[in-house]
Design a protein around this ligand. Structure first.
Ligand SMILES: O=P(O)(O)O[C@H]1O[C@H](CO)[C@@H](O)[C@H]1O
Ligand SMILES: Nc1nc2[nH]cnc2c(=O)[nH]1
Length: 330
């Protein structure tokens, strides 16, 4: 298959490869200005002015306005390590920024250049299960926007539900099923600030098709075509992994991979009109039949180990795609 088109259900790989605490929600940073008065605990929807202050802090400190934002998934922090002329901001030192509490999420913002493009990367994302409201989890996406970011590259580690997916495969996201949204939770809940976007944003074309197609071409050039898929991701609240019945239900709903992140970031990015590219690294195969095999149970150690094993290809895919963007051919 040469290209991606939404109407084919998103499957690209035609050959079966068979391999198969809450921390108080405020970092206590006091910089003596307006943001010091702001506590997200009282209002998880960060005011525009607070986001602007955070963005100014970063762009002034870095001396550049990044065009591409990258969110590193669990164990995929090396995506930020390849950034050149890097200016590193520890989350604790950024005014009003949350802190990372999950292993594999270092808690650093890295700003610099990659393949000729100015980028900012989150080495550590925020998850609902850490105790953060969704608006807080995806607040950094709005910071990216006010820093000048036009493209969001979101990555994650996920369990493969589609039986054709093998451990270590990469699933380019072409759509999602927002289970937290089904339960009435959204990062856009609360008053809408039209400076970010509309009250009722459409999500029908959330994942940029040109970038998906370019990534497929790059996968071919890298010789990993048989390990690349295009599919549907679903976000659950976590932190527990899924039951067999839940996995069966997700599969019936057309979900190919499941995780605990990304969807709220994509919603926030689309709300403020950023172009989105996202992929899941399949770190484990989800059992959809009952069995007693302990070694088939998912674990974060396994997730981290597979991410480490596959980080090189993930980095190459991202940098080659960014190179195409920087050259204006994506
Ligand atoms: O989505 P990322 O942050 O990559 O991490 C995934 O891996 C962790 C579980 O092992 C969860 O946080 C899940 O969301
Ligand atoms: N929810 C969920 N998140 C994951 N992150 C990595 N693997 C998994 C998984 O199997 N389920």
């Amino acid at each position: 298959m040469t290209g991606y088109n939404n109407s084919n259900g998103g499957e690209v790989n035609t050959a079966s490869n068979g391999n198969g605490h809450s921390n108080g929600h405020s970092n206590g940073h006091s910089n003596g200005n307006k943001s010091a008065d702001y506590t997200a605990q009282e209002n998880p929807t960060y005011p525009y002015e607070v986001i602007q202050e955070i963005a100014d802090f970063i762009t002034k400190g870095a001396g550049v306005r990044p065009k591409i934002g990258i969110i590193c998934g669990s164990g995929l922090g090396s995506l930020a390590d390849i950034i050149q002329d890097a200016r590193i901001f520890e989350y604790e030192k950024i005014p009003n920024f949350p802190v990372s509490t999950v292993e594999g999420h270092a808690g650093k913002l890295v700003v610099g250049t990659l393949e000729g493009a100015t980028v900012m990367a989150m080495q550590g994302r925020f998850h609902f299960y850490e105790g953060y409201p969704l608006a807080k989890c995806s607040m950094p996406v709005r910071v990216m926007k006010l820093c000048g970011v036009e493209y969001l590259f979101a990555t994650n580690a996920a369990g493969g539900i589609n039986p054709r997916y093998g451990v270590g495969d990469i699933m380019l996201m072409h759509d999602h099923v927002n289970m937290l949204g089904f339960a009435g939770n959204s990062p856009l809940q609360g008053p809408n600030d039209p400076r970010f976007g509309p009250r009722f944003p459409a999500l029908t074309n959330s994942y940029n098709k040109d970038l998906i197609n370019k990534a497929i071409e790059i996968g071919k050039a890298m010789g990993i075509e048989s390990n690349i898929h295009v599919g549907v991701y679903s976000c659950l609240g976590g932190p527990n992994y899924e039951t067999i019945a839940e996995l069966k239900a997700l599969r019936m709903m057309g979900v190919d991979a499941v995780g605990m992140s990304t969807v709220h970031e994509v919603i926030t990015a689309r709300h403020c009109d950023m172009k989105v590219f996202a992929f899941s690294l399949i770190t484990n195969k989800c059992a959809t039949e009952y069995n007693d095999k302990k070694d088939e149970e998912p674990s974060h150690d396994e997730v981290m180990a597979v991410a480490k094993m596959r980080q090189k290809d993930c980095c190459e895919l991202v940098s080659r795609l960014i190179r195409e963007l920087a050259m204006g051919s994506a």
